[in-house]
Design a protein around this ligand. Structure first.
Ligand code: PLP
Length: 487
């Protein structure tokens, strides 16, 4: 493909993508294909000769569309969102065009410098403490996902505590033996509701993992006293807790661990690396009404959130902020001769390869730049607030029908969790309290587990269309109508 052919192909692709977005709301969200559907539609091997673009493009509709789940549909209700915007797509296009591995500053100075500036813009937009800005000892870097950030932090935390504990030992075999012995005793911690990435990171780092209780009566959040108790009980067994993921917006309920209490506790455990995982809810910190959460961050080592979840930057874009960048570079800097250059040697530049696990890196800051400039901070705030309001409206609908639903948590950052009340055997729909006159009887049914609970649930499922599902559909319809009336 030459530039002329590219121009034509790209125009046609962009037309198709714009049309896709214009019609996505009308498409069925879930595909109805069976596993392995694609094999039957594609040849067994790559073609020997190149094909024309129009033939390739036609296969998007024929081959790919039937197997797509339309995450960008307003009717997509699963998981946290993975939002998208046209400015971000343009950023990805330019990133593809300027394609470079960009691991060192010298590889392409604009890639490194724009990333540093964008991370400072984001830090200021969220009102993060100054220690996370690049002008001091900290700074930000873009990673692909929150899970990558967590593993990067856990490994850096592991190495930091070993460096600190063995600082007086001379380099050599004996020190390495001691370090191995220490690693076996290290324990990474996370709330029982922390994302599984912390446990996975401990697995990768070769350390132990323990969860800290976050029971319902504490609002599914880790309190400082629960964390202290877990730490002390592990220490009593001769183990060494070295890392804790504090969550701002847990995956299950969007709970926020006790940031202030745990910030206090750091005084007693100076070697404990605390990472704030705000993968989803962190985007809400653009709004001043949420920024009180950021104050205690000054006591924590690192923080991340996914702009690709809720801040209009397309996947992948996880912003990772560190209070002392040396905690990363002391772990990850390994410089074989082919990576050396005068700018690095003179300490004049940031080489992001020293902050992360991979060497190569994409030009992801372009899409951040395009989004921040296209929407402005006020546009992003309006976007988040609209979602939060919709979430609160949804909560009000659910809460208005205690005969059908029991709210478990929320609304928090737009998320309400609820369960569908089991149906009492033999109860007819008319026996249930009405939307307006909700009595406590159905709620009581839900609160007191009945030995035949499972049977009721099966009954509920079987009977869903006739009774309960119809109401759920009605609620969903109301939400759509409300969304649509908002434009
Ligand atoms: N942390 C939290 C709190 C999450 O909710 C999620 C996913 O939803 C993750 C981490 C993992 O995100 P990623 O896919 O970016 O690794």
């Amino acid at each position: 493909m030459d530039p002329k052919q590219f121009r034509e192909a790209a125009q046609s692709a962009i037309d198709e993508i714009a049309r896709y977005y214009e019609t996505v709301a009308d498409r069925r969200v879930l595909p109805s294909v069976a596993p392995g559907y694609l094999q039957a539609l594609l040849p067994d091997a790559a073609p020997d000769e190149g094909e024309e673009w129009n033939k390739i493009q036609a296969d998007i509709d024929r081959v790919i569309m039937p197997g797509l789940t339309h995450w960008q549909s307003p009717k997509f209700m699963a998981f946290f969102p993975c939002n998208s915007s046209f400015p971000a797509m343009l950023g990805d296009m330019y990133s593809g065009a300027f394609n470079a591995a960009a691991f060192n500053w010298i590889c392409s100075p604009a890639v490194t410098e724009l990333e540093t500036i964008m991370m400072d813009w984001v830090a200021k937009m969220l009102n993060l403490p100054d220690c996370f800005l690049s002008k001091g000892e900290g700074g930000g870097i873009i990673q692909g996902t929150a899970s990558e950030v967590v593993v990067t932090s856990v490994v850096a935390a592991r190495e930091r505590i070993i460096r600190r504990r063995l600082a007086d030992m001379p380099e050599g075999e004996e020190k390495m033996d001691k370090a191995s012995e220490m690693r076996g005793k290290l324990v990474a911690l996370g709330s029982e509701h922390a994302h599984s990435s912390t446990q996975k990171a401990a697995l990768i780092a070769g350390t132990r993992f323990r969860s800290v209780p976050a029971p319902r009566e504490d609002g599914f959040r880790v309190t400082a006293s629960a964390l202290r108790q877990t730490i002390e009980s592990l220490k009593a067994k001769g183990l060494e807790p070295f890392y804790f993921t504090i969550t701002l917006g847990t995956t299950a309920t969007c709970a926020v661990d006790d940031l202030e209490g745990i910030a206090e506790l750091t005084k007693d455990y100076p070697d404990l690396w605390i990472h704030v995982d705000a993968a989803y809810a962190g985007s809400a910190l653009v709004c001043p009404e949420y920024q009180h959460h950021c104050k205690p961050f000054a006591h924590f080592d690192s923080f991340n959130f996914n702009l690709h979840k809720w801040l209009l930057v397309n996947f992948d874009c996880s912003a990772f902020f560190i209070r002392k960048r040396r905690d990363l570079t002391d772990t990850y800097t390994l410089t074989p001769s082919y990576l050396r250059n005068e700018f690095t040697d003179k300490g004049l530049v940031t080489d992001y390869r020293d902050w992360q696990i991979p060497l190569g890196r994409r030009f992801r800051s372009l899409k951040v730049w395009f989004v921040l400039r296209s929407y402005g901070i006020n546009g992003l705030r309006a976007f988040i607030r609209n979602h939060v309001q919709l979430g609160e409206y949804f909560h009000s609908l659910i809460a208005s029908r205690p005969d059908l639903f029991t709210v478990v948590s929320g609304p928090a950052f737009g998320l309400t969790t609820f369960h569908v009340n089991p149906r009492r055997p033999g109860a007819s729909r008319s026996e249930s309290p009405s939307a307006n006159g909700a009595s406590s009887s159905a709620t009581t049914t839900a609160d007191k587990p009945n030995p035949q609970h499972e049977a009721y649930l099966n009954d509920f499922t079987a009977d869903a269309n006739a009774h309960w599902q119809a109401d759920a559909n009605q609620l969903t319809k109301e939400v759509y109508e409300h969304v649509n009336s908002q434009g």
